[in-house]
Design a protein. Structure first.
Length: 300
């Protein structure tokens, strides 16, 4: 038997024993009858039974409250409904199309062994070369004319950089768990992780991660009326030139939680999208990043 199952079973036994002892002084408490016996022996079933037993003991005051609080915290640690692994990709082997058919949506990626899927997206700035002596008069005249006509040439010199994006088509339940290792190889930048319906331009949810001095996270919903911000977290500890781990979960009731490097940073709820998803996309919007690994899990 797995160590976790063994531990949870022993915990159930100990709690049951303490509850039975408490019945000697509490006539209102009856012998524990599990509403959902853990016949399949799974962790999820055991956690559910443990929570039911804790609820029963709390209502009857059949055990020490501190003891029950500790058990509740233990149950929460193993309460993981996303038991269905949809895929797990480790890009550090230098491959990304085998065995899964990842597709590059836009921009460029380079599969680097030991690093992952590397991409670099620079600001779309067109640097103008300084004029020569014989062109100086013309350049000055051009500036005078621009000012007189109030024209703005900045739009011709700068533009939005093309993001580097790749996606995988996979059927995903409405409740999901995403685990990603993102190596920020520059001082700043921004990446998106999106779950989409039908295609990469369809409805979905998006997690925006911005490392650096002004590090932050943002959860977005892409709906028929555009992009809506669900929740944000600012002033985070996520420096550039460092590997970061992200975990993003959504439960059956629309509750979403995000952890950054193991620390909870976002907890919110949104039920705007209730249908399953059809794929996942990773996008480097600006900066230098390497996607080391990506794992996606769902519920049965």
């Amino acid at each position: 038997m797995k160590p976790i199952l063994t531990f949870l079973l022993s915990t159930l036994f100990c709690l049951s024993a303490s509850v039975v002892t408490a019945t000697e002084t509490d006539g209102d408490y009856k012998v524990w009858q599990s509403a959902t016996p853990a016949t399949d022996g799974s962790v999820e079933s055991l956690v559910k039974e443990l929570n039911e037993l804790i609820d029963k003991a709390e209502r009857a005051r059949a055990a020490d409250q501190t003891f029950l609080s500790d058990l509740r915290a233990l149950a929460d640690r193993y309460d993981w409904p996303w038991q269905q692994e949809i895929f797990q990709s480790d890009f550090t082997d230098g491959k990304y199309q085998r065995p899964l058919p990842w597709k590059v949506t836009s921009g460029e990626f380079r599969a680097e062994r030991g690093m992952g899927m590397y991409s670099r997206v620079d600001a779309g700035t067109a640097a103008a070369s300084p004029p020569g002596d014989q062109d100086l008069a013309g350049a000055i005249l051009g500036v005078i004319l621009d000012q007189a006509l109030k024209t703005d040439k900045s739009s011709s010199q700068t533009g939005d950089a093309t993001p580097a994006s790749l996606h995988l088509m996979r059927r995903v339940s409405n409740a999901f768990a995403v685990d990603a290792e993102v190596d920020a190889r520059g001082a700043e930048g921004q990446v998106h992780i999106s779950l989409f319906q039908k295609n990469t331009e369809g409805l979905g949810y998006r997690l925006v991660f911005t490392p650096g001095d002004r590090a932050g996270l943002e959860l977005q919903r892409i709906g028929s009326r555009g992009v809506a911000v669900i929740d944000t977290a600012a002033n985070l500890s996520a420096p550039g030139n460092q590997l970061h781990t992200l975990q993003w979960t959504r439960d059956r009731n629309g509750g979403m939680n995000v952890t950054l490097n193991g620390n909870p940073v976002l907890s919110t709820s949104d039920r705007g999208l209730r249908d399953p998803f059809d794929g996942i996309e990773f996008s480097n919007r600006s900066g230098e990043f390497a996607l080391r690994s990506l794992k996606l899990s769902g519920v049965n």
